[in-house]
Write a protein that binds this ligand. Sequence first.
Ligand code: NI
Length: 185
Amino acid sequence: MILPIVLYGDPILKKNTTHVAPDHEGLQTLIKDMFETMYAADGVGLAAPQIGQSLNIFIVDATPFQEEYPETKDLKKVFINAEIIEESGEPWYFNEGCLSFPELREDVLRKPVIKIQYFDEDFVKNEEVFDGLTARIIQHEYDHVKGKVFVDKISFLKRRLIKNKLNDIAKGKTNAKYRVKRTAK
Ligand code: NI
């Protein structure tokens, strides 16, 4: 089922999420719905708060990037109760977007290498190292389950410049090509 995507301005995007138990009711359905929702919106990552569930789950499918960024090959994964253990390397900029901020893109600085522990959809514990764009997509989604969004990482000055755009999104004024959940103000 394709679910509406929560827009910036909804308080759920600022909340730290709840740990997910292996017997969480409806977990597989939720994961399936998240993939359907992400694909319908042409996204490469989606976190549970973005569909209105304050749970520590995010998904990524970076394969649309694989020609330009070979490190993203086969990166289609579910991350449950993830913890980034280490981030390293010289920070680099990449122009990021987010389904909760339709039509907004900003350069964000992040470190290129991460070591992360997480449980997959079968609740098998993994520890892996990711780099480049793969790491970046994971870092962006990881921020969502920690109650942070990508505009939290841009300078105060830049944020002031996009203030009107942000206010519009928060008011539900957007031409998003996918279903969104507008927060009543
Ligand atoms: Ni996002």
